[in-house]
Design a protein around this ligand. Structure first.
Ligand SMILES: Cc1cc2nc3c(=O)[nH]c(=O)nc-3n(C[C@H](O)[C@H](O)[C@H](O)COP(=O)(O)OP(=O)(O)OC[C@H]3O[C@@H](n4cnc5c(N)ncnc54)[C@H](O)[C@@H]3O)c2cc1C
Length: 288
């Protein structure tokens, strides 16, 4: 299939990109890695008049750590660059693990982290990882900037708190407290597919008792789902089979996953519980 006609501009400065996107006379769209947008154009699910390619803007190509210790991922930074970065692997290993579950190397070599987060396929790995890691997004438009927490950013399937005139210029990921155990796991029909059920877990303990837990699923709803009820069953308690069984029970009670061609709702609910025990176990073993 072929896309409808469109103009293409690749500005080299952020103000120029924001000026183009802010034009009320034109139906514009940001182009990042193109791994979701180009198929949508080809299928004519999107028919913008102008694509604004943001990948030539030098300041959006930064992958570094700010003065506050947060990882800063610019909008043009490719998924593969994040997963391969030694600093990310050492200090934000959950993020690297989630990226590695995305599609195949060819996709990750083009796709951007910010693009995946804005696109927000509810089965995508990165939105769940972003919520687990308490990430924030800096969103720019010609009139100024705002900062949004990941927990408020994902509105529903393919919908985020971003307007056509906006660019998510960076994703900020705070440092993980020392001693945090982590794990990201998913169940998919084939290696490289989107998750039928995916799960990000962060876990900390004071001795044998859990003092902090974050449990965030993808693929089981229209947004990433943080299951505070399951987290609550673990807090202040000795970690082990009994605690995990209670957490798994809480998750299957709370979750109301959809059924589709890939998996029934019942399968997803049961898989979510099984996955939770495996992922918690792995995170616990990794805590320092
Ligand atoms: C075969 C295949 C398999 C895939 N498998 C997976 C998978 O298993 N898991 C997974 O999570 N993803 C998967 N993907 C999607 C991939 O991760 C995409 O790269 C990602 O969803 C979009 O990132 P992008 O940089 O390519 O964005 P684009 O395709 O360029 O843009 C996607 C959307 O986001 C908007 N956008 C992009 N960046 C910004 C920004 N900075 N600010 C504002 N708006 C922006 C665009 O306007 C567009 O609407 C797959 C893709 C393909 C083709």
């Amino acid at each position: 299939m072929k896309p409808g006609p469109f103009d293409y501009i690749a500005p080299t400065t952020l103000p120029e990109a924001l000026r183009l996107l802010g034009d009320p006379e034109r139906d514009t769209k940001v182009l990042a890695g193109g791994q979701s947008l180009i198929p949508m154009l080809n299928m004519r699910l999107a028919r913008p008049e102008l694509l604004v390619d943001i990948t030539r803007i030098a300041e959006l190509n930064r992958l570094d750590v700010g003065a506050d210790g947060a990882l800063r991922i610019g909008a043009a930074v490719r998924q593969s660059a994040v997963a391969a970065d030694p600093m990310v692997r050492a200090r934000w290993p959950l993020l690297a693990a989630a990226v590695e579950q995305i599609g195949h190397p060819q996709i990750r070599n083009r796709g951007t982290v910010c693009g995946s987060l804005v696109h927000h396929d509810p089965a995508a790995e990165l939105p769940a990882a972003a919520v687990a890691l308490d990430a924030r997004f800096t969103v720019a438009r010609a009139a100024g900037r705002r900062s949004i927490a990941a927990e408020e950013f994902f509105l529903s399937t393919f919908a985020t708190d971003v307007e056509p005139e906006d660019i998510v210029v960076e994703t900020l990921v705070p440092p993980l407290p020392a001693g945090t155990g982590w794990a990201f796991r998913e169940l998919a029909q084939r290696r490289g597919d989107f998750a039928a059920v995916g799960l990000a877990v962060l876990l900390r303990a004071d001795g044998v008792a859990v003092d902090s837990a974050r449990i965030v699923y993808c693929g089981v709803g229209s947004t990433p789902i943080r299951v505070r009820e399951a987290e609550g069953t673990l807090l202040g308690r000795e970690f082990g089979q009994a605690a995990m069984a209670d957490a798994a029970r809480a998750a299957s009670t709370v979750l109301d996953p959809p059924g589709d061609l890939h998996a029934s709702a019942q399968w997803r609910r049961e898989a979510a519980a099984v996955l939770l025990v495996r992922t918690l176990t792995e995170a616990w073993e990794r805590r320092a």
